[in-house]
Design a protein around this ligand. Structure first.
Ligand code: SAH
Ligand code: SF4
Ligand code: F3S
Length: 443
């Protein structure tokens, strides 16, 4: 860099864990090139926003955020870079719509960021304002050789594969993150050991469909077992598997390895076979339930969570009832329930009509949320009177006088800190005396 001062960068991350993980890669690459990171947006020369495109409200959140930056940029020189899925999804149309954007970079071009940002800063010093774009998707980029800059905490994310080849008809991810590719297991294991030496107790392996993980003779069951064997790591989680191809070897690994958490996030999306077919999910409701049975049989105390979309194109009351019935039958421990949001480029946007009125989508979401809340509460109440092993994460969000941690099944436990103080990363046993639909209360 030929800049007068060392540039300070502030990064804000929206969207899923994959974006959190990517922001750690970005930090690492920029630090190596002499950039310095600051938590304080007011002091930054560069503000990066790592964005999400999964639903329209994700876009709206980011537009709102960009208007805050517009005010900041009026006061002083500032380079604004928009990264991630929304940048990749909207491309230059986004920069035209939001003139404050200097740099746009998609998920596969972060190696170009140091140069793009240095150029933007130099241009700004000289009073030039040219926008820099890097929006090519790659079939190979896995950021091999870059150790993420993780900061500190209890959990370390490790991305094991990038992109997605499933093309579920509602989903924008294949267009924002490109073709599916698996990382070399050796670099995954190197990262796991690095995280362990840095004091992380838990690792979460990330991929859009981890069951398609392949590298030479490695599949995901073999990979997660090897990661769980890393000295110093106490818990390993993963997200997400696709219900269409859940291998028995993975169920076995979860059941038998003491460090692999007994929690499976298994996105259902819909209960009606007709809708599942339109969504391109390639399983039926009956197949999904059979998988749930197989999982529960082999891993008796497993915690099962899911994602559901309400109001997909042509979803009738009858289709919706099939989803509601599945929610009762599967007895999830919790569920994320979304209104269908049409996304640019997707198969559904091109082939089907987004014809369920927003009001109906809203009513269906509300009904499912209520059903699931009741089921979650019933399931959480089963823990009352039991002792649970908890990995301490820190203070409860609601109150600094309470500690917060997670069970092996990823259920939140809170307790009064006056009954015993524990450091983040410690394992403690809590006796559950009460439960809500969100939290177990322990002492
Ligand atoms: N790869 C993951 C999903 C990642 S996206 C998987 O297949 O399991 C997370 C969730 O967002 C999805 O499971 C889906 O429920 C929801 N989602 C994706 N696209 C959506 C859309 N267009 N409208 C509403 N919800 C959507
Ligand atoms: Fe999207 Fe389907 Fe891929 Fe998940 S598996 S990221 S829902 S296309
Ligand atoms: Fe994640 Fe949002 Fe992209 S959910 S993969 S950041 S579209």
């Amino acid at each position: 860099m030929m800049l007068k001062t060392i540039p300070h960068v502030h990064i804000e991350t929206f969207g899923c864990q994959m974006n959190e993980s990517d922001s750690e890669l970005v930090r690492s690459m920029l630090k190596q090139e002499g950039f310095v990171f600051t938590e304080d947006r007011e002091r930054a020369d560069v503000v990066l926003v790592n964005t999400c495109a999964i639903r329209e409200n994700a876009h709206n959140k980011i537009y709102a955020h960009l208007s805050e930056l517009r005010a900041l940029k009026k006061q002083r020189p500032l380079v604004v870079g928009v990264l991630g899925c929304m940048a990749q999804n909207l491309k230059s149309a986004l920069a035209e719509k939001e003139p404050l954007i200097d740099v746009l970079a998609g998920p596969d071009t972060y190696r170009q960021l140091p140069t793009l940002l240095a150029t933007a800063l130099e241009d700004q010093e000289q009073g030039l304002f040219q926008k820099g774009f890097a929006l090519d998707l790659s079939e190979y980029e896995t950021y091999e050789g870059i150790m993420p800059d993780r900061g500190c905490g209890v959990n370390a994310w490790i991305t094991v594969m990038r992109g997605c080849d499933n093309f579920c008809s509602f989903c924008v991810v294949p267009y924002t993150r490109g073709r599916e590719r698996s990382r070399d297991p050796r670099s995954v294991l190197l990262e796991a050991r690095d995280a362990s030496t840095r004091g992380f107790r838990q690792i979460t392996l990330l991929g859009q469909n981890v069951n398609s993980y392949r590298h030479e003779d490695w599949d995901f069951a073999k990979l997660i077992t090897a990661v769980a064997d890393t000295a110093g790591i106490d818990r390993v989680r993963f997200t997400s598997p696709h219900p269409k191809d859940f291998p028995s070897a993975l169920i076995e690994a979860i059941a038998t390895h003491p460090k692999i958490c007994k929690h499976i996030h298994l996105p259902l999306q819909a209960g009606s076979d007709r809708i599942l077919e339109l969504m391109g999910r390639t399983y039926s409701g009956a197949e999904y339930l059979a998988l749930v049975d197989r999982i529960r049989h082999t891993i008796p105390h497993v915690v099962l969570t899911t994602d559901i979309i309400c109001g997909f194109c042509s979803e009738s009351d009858e289709d919706f009832r099939a989803t509601a019935l599945m929610v009762e039958q599967a007895q999830f421990d919790s569920a994320y329930i979304f209104k269908y949001s049409e996304r640019k480029h997707t198969i559904a946007a091109r082939k089907y009509t987004d014809d369920v009125p927003d009001r109906v989508k809203g009513m269906r979401v509300a009904q499912l949320v209520e059903t699931q809340r009741r089921i979650t509460l019933e399931r959480n109440r089963r823990y009352i009177g039991k002792a649970m092993e908890v990995l301490v994460e820190g203070d409860a969000t609601r109150s600094p006088t309470q500690g917060m941690g997670k069970t092996d099944g990823n259920i939140t436990v809170v307790w009064d800190k006056s009954t015993g103080h524990s450091q983040p990363g410690a394992f403690i046993t809590k006796h559950v005396f009460d439960a809500s639909a969100a939290t177990l209360y322990g002492k």
